[in-house]
Design a protein. Sequence first.
Length: 687
Amino acid sequence: MLLNMTYSLLLGNLLISLLQPVFLVVVVVAFIVVLVQYRHVRMRIRQDADMMRSSYEMMNSALKVASNNVIIYDLRTSVIHQTSGKMLLAENVTVEEFKQHVHPDDLDTVVNSIRQLRLGQQQQSDFAYRWNFNGPGEEPQWAFLRNTSVAEHDEFSSEITSIVSVLVDETDLHQQQKEEEELSQKYKKIFEDSIIGLSFYTPDGWLIDANKVMRQICHFDSDEADAFFSSTNLFELFPFNEIFANRQPYEYWACSHSIIPERDMRVYLEIGVHPIYDKNGNLVYISIATRDVSAEREMYLQANHNDAEIQKVNESIQVYEQELRYMMETCGIQAWRITLERDVIEFYNGLSSVDIHFTLEQLRSIFVNQDDEFVQALVNPAEAISKPLSYMGQMHPVVSRKQTEPQWVQINSIPEYDEHGNLKGAFGIWRNINNLMKKQEELKRETERANDSGRMKSVFIANMTHEIRTPLNAIVGFSDVLPMLTSQEERQEMLRLIMDNCDMLMRLVNDIQAAASLDVKGGVQITPVKIDFSKFFDEISESMAHRVQAPGVEFIKENPYTTYVTTVDEAHIRQVCTNFVTNAVKYTQQGHIKLGYRKEWREENGGNREGLYIYCEDTGNGIPKESQSKVFDRFFKLNDYIQGTGLGLSICKAIADACHGFIGVDSEGENQGSTFWLWIPCEEIKI
């Protein structure tokens, strides 16, 4: 046993001696392997760090180029940090400071969207809101931001630690969309508010759209659509089914009695068809323009009827005058009697009661016209009354004590004889026809006025037809030419001419409506409001400056006050200024047109009263002295060849009268220019 133990010990020592070099080699190899791996990992970490840094710099540069804002909301510190952009006023802000820059109407949207990210209800949230780039106390500068936010989690615990938001400034895009929408609405309004009916069809004859007037004429079901016209092809409707039998539309105009039983349409229409082609000559739309002339036809028929009625009235007036003259000769109000024996004339109250009497010598003095043949004959009363007579003249009011002025009277006389045939006096009737004479004069004036009114209506209808057709023809003509123009400058000029004629047409209609409103309502209805007239005048002047387009004419605005608060009817004042400037533009080819105002006091009822003096000065043709008192009359025009209704200045005068003001014109004569002015009472309100 001992031998075995010794043998084992020796064998163990031998193995240890042999294994020590091997173990040393293994340790050295392992160290070298670990060192190589460490360097390799370190190199990988450095490369990853360089790549991350490069990616961060590239992403940061891209965000800056794209003008984006990147902010990080640290949920642990409740601090919002800006990493890119200039959205925040400071690099780090609190949540409350952030909320102060969000528009109040959008704050709930922002808070709810961020809350959903914090609670893990969403991984990403897209929303928009308005942001104020200015600080507290400054005028807000609102921008429209598009926000994309994502939640960032902790690497180990999966807890949401922050919210990263990328914000894109869409203010310019929003403004562009708004401008495009406004432009679209503007042209839609022009189409919708046209005074003629307009509709558009596809090339194969199906309805696309119709404006308000067209919908009213055709009795549409609603403003959105109409079942009949939406399902009926244009080329199947009368008269288009006959004139466009081959379904090839062309320029067409006609006036006809249009009847569509399905829509209960029975109207007289002016119809115009205008095919619209693209630049390649392909038909893209068919436009239909209609105008309801039923009212004009009725006016024409009514005018003829009125002329016939006026003729009947004139004939009736003549008959009435004859009957009235007969009644004046045969019917008395007060009887009188002359007695030569007593040298007295007595006026009876009835036929027997004496009301007043005086001598025959005094009789002659009561007549106003002492040179009258009958009055001269009263020197010898017996000879004057020896024959039946009828006298009409003016007498002093000795018979009727209620009158103080000379009265027109009619005297009828019949001589009286006694049983022996001797002249003893005369008997007759005396009648005060003063009112009758006045009525007769008024009747003559009204007859002349009725005749003038009939003629004036006929002339007015003819003038209005011409005045309305002139811009309407220009609109239709320029619209026809417009699709054929390729130059943008030519198209813009053509559009400007169309808009100018539309504006001219609207002014004609407004003048006619204003004049009709004066007759219906019995005058202008004034509604004064408190305004800053200085700013209001600047707005008017800016609008009026566009009306002055002649190359040799300068528009001048004269606003003497930075602020002038008062109470006026701004709508009617705007109408007066517009009519003044429009009138000046028509008659001014060189020089200037100046629109201005100032405070001015005028004597009124024995005292000075404060008011507003508005004037329009021009260097145009001027107004002759003999015509200056007529320029404010209805339908008066200095030059019949210049377009206009002749109503504008008469409307201005009606406005001045309604405001208890004054209106006038100053001009030295022809080619000396003129100044139209308006003064209305109002007081400056001190603020």
